[in-house]
Each structure stands twice: as C-alpha cells, then as structure tokens.
Design a protein around this ligand. Structure first.
Ligand code: SF4
Length: 397
C-alpha cells in the first residue's frame, strides 16, 4: 500500500536577509510575487498530473518567509493544491511565518484556506540578540504575532529558537526558553547557530568580530534546554525538536523516515519514485519555465539522482538516528537484506561502548550525550568514503 505523499512549497522571499542565513531566499521584491506564484501554480498543476491516485498527508509552506506574501497569494496556492491533489482530511498543513511580516488578517486567511499549523521564527526573546542576528522584529512584536495567531484559533504552533548566538550567555538563553515555555506552544525547535560560509557572520567570524559562547556556556545551554523542556512537559523526538505529546511535526517525521515528498518552487528538493532531485534555484530561469515544453522535466528538475545502495544505507542511518527513537535493526534487515551489524557493527559497538548510543530491543539510538555530538557520530556512518574527520575527541567522550 502506498503511504501518503508529502508536499513542500518554497517561497524564497524575505523582508531582509538575516546575518546567519544561507537558505535560498532573497530580499523581497513585491513586483515579482505575483509572477512567482503564477509559475508555482503551473508547477503544482504539472506535478499533480504525475501523482494521480496518491493522497497527500502533509503540506509544508516554507522559505524564505512565506508570510511576506500577500495573504491572497497564499490562499490561491492552497486552493490550487486542494483542487489538484487529493489532500487527506486530517492532513497537517503548516506555514512558516516571521513576526514583523505577519498581520492578523493573514492568520484569518490562512485558517480559511485550510492551514492548521504555524511555525513562527522567533530565534531569541532578547532584543539585543535579535539585532545581532539581523532579525527584523523585536520580542514584543513576536508576542503580538503569537497572541494574534491564538486568537484566530491556531492550536498547533511551533516556535523556532537559536542558541549559541554571539554575545549570548547561559542566563539570557534560560530567560528566552522560560519566556517561550510560559506561552505554552505545542512545539519548540532549538537549533545551534552554525556559521555558514557566504553569510555576513562567516566574514565577521573570520575577522574575529564574533564573540561566540565558549564550550562551557554551550554545555550549560544544552543541559538546561534538555532538563527544562522535559520538566515542563515537552518531549524531545528529534535532535532539535521538542513537542507536547502528539504534536510532533508529522511532515518532518516524514523526511526522517524517508517518506516520499514532492517539493515545488524555487530550489525545492524532492524524493519521489526512488529519485532525489531539486527544482532549479535560478529565479529568472524559474520564472521563464514553459510547462508545455516537452523538455520541461530537464529544465525544471536538476541534479536528478538515484541513490546507490550504500547511499541508501547511509541515509537510513543519518535520518533515523536524528530521531530519539533511533533506527530499527529489523527495518534495516527487511529493506537491505543484510543485518545492520554486518555493515555497521564496529561503529555501533564503538559508540555503544562510549555510551553515545544505546540498544534497546531491536532499536539503536543516540543517548543524550550522543545527540550533543551527533554531527561527529553521523559522519562515521558514511560508507562511500573513509573519513578521518569523524574521530571523537577525548573531550567529547
Ligand atoms: S527570515 Fe529565515 S529564511 Fe529569511 S533571511 Fe532570515 S533566516 Fe533566512
């Protein structure tokens, strides 16, 4: 039986580029919004024709900042999705919003067109930290946005936070987390700031202008996050994600459990029919696509790739280990016709001995300590190349 398909819609516009951001997004150009949505709807119609007989279990409108778009444009995209795809009655339908770009009437429109989950990008409750990140809003504006969403009846809200911001202390982080927990959102995502090449933060860091929290602060932040969220009723179900019981993000769980998804919009990635591919990330080229062109597939979907068996195994491990429930040795055996221990036995033993992983029944998962050094652990599950950068240092043990 085929499982529900997931849809991702990419809106690549933002009011202003944040200092740490390397996502595919541009400073918003209102004159392009309509043209972009027109093309996106053509793509929706094109893709829907390939999905007959498939039902859709979740839709995620991300970016960028989808909420910078006029509400009518989002409504027209949603109408098109409902018209062309068979969307399940209880489908989870999320949209990302940023305070400062979201007005109350937009929430009413989102509700009207079937959106039932909001993901609000706050990042910090400290206005100095928000300025450092280059965010366009204050904490007070977030509060207004959050209350507005509740008043419009949204009862499934995620708040995105970032820690290890330059200048952040354990005490400012604790205050941020306490302020958010007080609001009782159903879901909280906590990401560690990563200094990505090509961003203003990267250049500032190279010039020695960023004062990043030291290792001790970093550990205190992680420890507090874990214990405080647990104590206040949030369950960690993935490295960066906590939720109240039964409010896990179904769409993201789909990614980590390798459910098929179809991405539409600039640069959107897909995993469909056993292939991984992405839409072109060239905005001009995207706007010029002609969906009646017999060569459209090649022009729209670039880097189409079928994964090798080794790559599939790697993905199974990387994605599965992100989740607190870990990977199932039985699922591995059923899928690859070989025991996980025959492929990864030495790594599984090494990390279990180091107490960075644990085995319970037929499942392997990362321990809380393992989650803190997950990047290093994951890199050791690469089969296609021997890596020498993945050793756990004495400190990390
Ligand atoms: S709002 Fe999000 S996508 Fe837009 S620039 Fe900031 S971090 Fe990037």
């Amino acid at each position: 039986m085929m499982t529900g398909l997931e849809l991702y819609i990419h809106i690549p516009f933002c009011a202003k580029k944040c200092n740490y951001c390397d996502f595919l997004s541009f400073r918003t150009i209102p004159s392009v919004h309509t043209a972009y949505i027109r093309k996106l709807k053509e793509e929706i119609a094109y893709c829907a024709a390939k999905c007959e007989g498939r039902s859709v279990s979740s839709i995620y409108i991300g970016g960028g900042t989808p909420s910078v778009l006029e509400a009518e444009l989002i409504e027209s995209v949603m109408n098109m999705l409902f018209e062309r795809f068979c969307v399940e009655e209880d489908a989870e339908i999320s949209i990302e919003c940023n305070p400062g770009s979201t007005l109350r009437h937009k929430f009413a429109a989102y509700k009207r067109c079937g959106i039932n989950r909001l993901s609000i990008g706050l990042q910090s409750a400290n206005n100095d930290e928000l300025r450092t990140l280059g965010r366009i809003h204050s904490f007070e504006e977030f509060l207004k946005c959050y209350q507005g969403a509740r008043m419009e009846g949204f009862n499934n809200i995620n708040v995105d936070l970032i820690n290890c911001i330059p200048g952040q202390t354990a005490s400012t982080w604790k205050k941020t987390l306490k302020n958010i927990v007080m609001l009782k959102p159903e879901h909280i995502s906590v990401y560690n700031l990563i200094i990505e090449p090509g961003t203003p933060f990267f250049r500032m860091n190279e010039d020695g202008l960023l004062e990043l929290p030291d290792e001790e602060t970093d550990e205190e932040i992680d420890e507090f996050t874990r214990s405080y969220l647990k104590q206040t009723g949030y369950e960690r179900y993935e490295i960066s994600n906590w939720s109240k019981p039964s409010y896990e993000c179904r769409h993201n769980i789909g990614y980590w459990t390798e459910r098929e998804y179809l991405g539409m919009g600039l640069g959107a990635a897909s995993f469909f029919d056993g292939m991984r591919f992405s839409d072109t990330s060239d905005l001009q080229r995207y706007l010029e696509l002609d969906f009646s062109d017999p060569d459209i597939e090649k022009k729209l979907h670039i880097e189409k790739k079928e994964l090798s068996r080794e790559e599939e195994m790697e993905e199974f491990m990387f994605l599965g280990l992100r989740m607190t429930r870990g990977i199932s040795a039985t699922d591995f055996l059923v899928r690859f016709k070989v025991k996980v221990e025959s492929v990864y036995g030495d790594k599984l033993k090494k990390f279990t001995d180091l107490k960075l992983m644990e085995k319970e029944g037929y499942r392997y998962r990362l321990t809380e300590r393992g989650m803190d050094v997950s990047n290093v652990i994951m890199s050791e599950f690469l089969l296609s190349e021997e890596n020498d950068k993945g050793e756990i240092s004495e400190d990390e043990k």
